[in-house]
Ligand binder design. Structure first.
Ligand code: BDR
Ligand code: CA
Length: 320
C-alpha cells in the first residue's frame, strides 16, 4: 500500500476525495490535516471527521492547521460549498475530536515515522504544506511526491486567471511550487472534466451505505445548483478534488507535461495566477531564470471516463 497524507479544506469535493482515498485498497491514509479555505478551519475539522466516519476512516488522525493564509486576507467559498462547507445538508457531526497537536506537527511525525516514502495529496490552500517545508525541511524531504489540486495553465475560477486554492494563499503556493520537490499540478485544466450525472448522484444518495449516501447527497446538491461555472455540463457535478486522489491511485489516467511554473504574487489582476510556460521543452531553461519558476508535472489531459469509473467503483462501491 502507498502511504499518503491528505491536506484538506473540506469542502464538498474534499469530502469526495477523502471517501475515495479511505476506501482505495492501495492507499494507506496515515493522517488528514485541515486548513482554512472553503470554510473556516474549525468547520473544516468538523466536516473532515464527519466524512471520515461515514467513509469508514474512523481511526485516521485528524489535525487542525492554519486558520488563515500566510499573508493574504482570510476568505472562503461558501457560495460554492454552503455555509457549513458541506452543502448545508444538516449532516450530524462526528463525536470524534482532532488530535491535540497542530497539523504541521502531525505531518512531521507521520513523515519521520514512515519507513517508506510518503505521497502528500494537497487539496486546499497550501498554507500548512508551506509551513511544513519552512519549519521541518528534513521531514518534508521524505515526501516522494506532492500531488496538488491547484493552479491552472489556462483559465482560473476565483479570478479570470487564478484558481481558488492558489489564489487563497499565493505566498504559500509559491513556496510549495518552488521547493524543488516532485510536484504534480492537478489544476483546472483537468479538474472539471470528471463528471457524475444527476441520475447517478440520485441513485447514490439513497444508498444504505453511509459513505456512498453522503457522496450521493453532496453530488446531487451540486447538480441542483445553478453554476456560473460553464465548464460543468448542465445536469452533472464534478468529482473535483477526488480527481487528485485518482491521480495518485492510477497515474496512467493522467497526461502530464514537465513545465516551468511560477506563482504570480503581484498585480490586482494576476495575483494567484500560476504562470505555466507551455512553450518549454524538457532540458531548456526558460520562464526560467525567473525566481520561483520551477518545473512541475502539469496535468493537461485526463481520461475522464477512467477516473469517473474508478471513483464510482471505489468510493461508491460500484453502486452506480
Ligand atoms: C478548489 O477549490 C475548492 O473550492 C475546491 O475544494 C477545490 O480544492 C477548486 O478551485
Ligand atoms: Ca478543496
Amino acid at each position: 500500500m502507498r502511504p499518503v497524507l491528505l491536506d484538506v479544506d473540506t469542502g464538498i469535493d474534499d469530502a469526495l476525495a477523502l471517501t475515495l482515498a479511505v476506501r482505495h485498497p492501495e492507499l494507506d491514509v496515515r493522517a488528514v490535516t485541515c486548513v482554512a479555505g472553503n470554510t473556516a478551519v474549525d468547520q473544516v475539522v468538523r466536516n473532515t471527521l464527519t466524512v471520515l466516519d461515514a467513509a469508514g476512516g474512523t481511526r485516521i488522525p485528524v489535525a487542525r492547521g492554519a486558520e488563515r493564509p500566510l499573508l493574504a486576507a482570510s476568505r472562503d467559498a461558501s457560495h460554492v460549498h454552503g455555509e457549513d462547507g458541506l452543502g448545508d445538508l444538516g449532516v450530524p457531526p462526528s463525536p470524534r475530536r482532532p488530535v491535540e497537536i497542530h497539523a504541521v506537527e502531525l505531518m512531521r511525525l507521520q513523515l519521520l515515522d514512515s519507513t517508506t516514502p510518503v505521497t502528500m495529496i494537497a487539496l486546499a490552500p497550501l498554507t500548512n504544506v508551506a509551513l511544513l517545508l519552512r519549519m521541518y525541511p528534513e521531514a518534508a524531504a521524505k515526501l516522494e511526491r506532492l500531488v496538488v489540486m491547484g493552479g491552472a495553465a489556462s483559465v482560473g475560477n476565483a479570478t479570470p486567471v487564478a484558481e481558488f486554492n492558489v489564489w487563497h494563499d499565493p505566498e504559500a503556493a509559491a513556496i510549495v511550487f518552488g521547493a524543488g520537490l516532485p510536484v504534480t499540478m492537478y489544476g483546472l485544466d483537468v479538474f472539471y472534466q470528471v463528471g457524475i450525472s444527476g441520475e447517478e448522484a440520485a441513485k447514490l444518495a439513497v444508498s444504505e451505505d453511509l459513505g456512498t449516501c453522503l457522496v450521493g447527497r453532496l453530488l446531487a446538491g451540486q447538480v441542483a445548483k445553478v453554476h456560473s461555472e460553464q465548464r460543468i455540463p448542465p445536469g452533472t457535478a464534478t468529482i473535483g478534488d477526488a480527481g487528485a486522489v485518482c491521480a495518485v491511485a492510477d497515474p496512467a489516467g493522467l497526461n502530464t507535461s514537465s513545465l516551468p511554473v511560477r506563482v504570480s504574487l503581484e498585480g490586482e489582476d494576476t495575483r494567484g495566477q500560476t504562470i505555466v510556460d507551455r512553450r518549454s521543452r524538457p532540458g531548456e531553461s526558460d520562464l526560467a531564470g525567473r525566481a520561483q519558476a520551477t518545473r512541475v508535472d502539469v496535468a493537461l489531459e485526463v481520461d475522464a471516463e477512467r477516473y469517473r469509473r474508478l471513483f464510482l467503483d471505489v468510493a461508491c462501491r460500484g453502486e452506480a
